[in-house]
Design a protein around this ligand. Sequence first.
Ligand SMILES: Cc1ncc(COP(=O)(O)O)c(C=O)c1O
Length: 401
Amino acid sequence: MARVRSEEKLAIKGGRPVRETLLPYGHQSIDEEDIQVVVAVLQSDWITTGPKVIEFEEALAGCVGAKHAVAFSSGTAALHGAAYAAGLKPGDEAITTPMTFCATANCILYQGATPVFADVTADTLNINPDEVANCITEKTKAILPVDYAGHPADLDPIREIAEEKNLIVIEDACHALGAEHRGRQVGGICDMTVFSFHPVKHITTGEGGMVTTDDDELAARLRRFRNHGIEGDARQRQANGQWYYKMVDLGYNYRLTDIGSALGLSQLKKLDHNLSRRREIAAYYNVALKDIPGIILPKARKDVSSAWHLYPIRFDQSSFRAGRAEIFAALRAENIGVNVHYIPVHTHPFYRKRFGDHSGKYPVAEAAYETLISLPMFHGMSDLDEENVIDATEKVFGHYA
Ligand SMILES: Cc1ncc(COP(=O)(O)O)c(C=O)c1O
């Protein structure tokens, strides 16, 4: 197909957009089978936490090679559960990356502990293990690496530091269901791994999350925490005709429903397909964009298989006559639903107010943020959608070159 020429008038300046309707940066795919399994649950006795949750947990644990999987009502709730299970409390510190969604750092605060940020590496924008090592104090209790954009963090050196200092590693793999790190499935590598099933992710339950772990005690703590701090299983109690239960710690109602779990089970069958489609789109973008001077493509290291949740490009500011705000607005005007992942967490007003202004302290993350733009990336994209993205990227960057 002939490419749109960069001399064509930009939509933001009154020209014709590359496409007529907005292509979002991410979107769920729901098929007839998904709908039917949800309808079946709605017609059954259990619509909240019941047999489908257990089935979904077992299927996901099997899929990632973990002993336990504990379902939560969102990825954020799952992160909170993991922070609790790790024993984070006031006075403790936990190290994480500024290049993430704020939920990663917020879960440390939910437990009254203090997030300590460590800068990222320039190639993957994942947390830099050397920076992690520099942040360790006697208060450090946990490390929370994030698999940014679906590319697993540099887990081996992080786990070595954790082992040496007796720390818990909570991997935020909300972007990385199906990713591999040195031949191992993400989900079975760290003490706990957290997934999200938000609609833009690889599979969806509407809202939902999961923590996987091989540790029996951590799994028991996670189960208790998502159900008000109550020991045991309500369904089992009802089946045994028992009314007595013990609340042994302060927990929350973070339960996933059977409605969501049935959808998750049906979606999980399509995970392989969704991953290969995302990898195909990434490969297409890699080839189609590699010759645009000044654009920096996301890098995949040799020893990983990324799950490609996002496709974040950066650009060399000196090669273009416009900054990110202008380029972003021009791409949106072409009806390409670009986004930005992420505003470094420490720069959010809440974090500034609570911890002071630390701008300049994480130069790699902060410099990356200045030019980051996520191009649309989801498994339901058509070939034409992909071409539209490339056409608009060539048109806009070509215009400002
Ligand atoms: C890295 C990361 N962590 C945590 C979350 C929170 O997940 P959820 O939206 O399921 O609460 C997200 C959400 O997109 C995320 O991107």
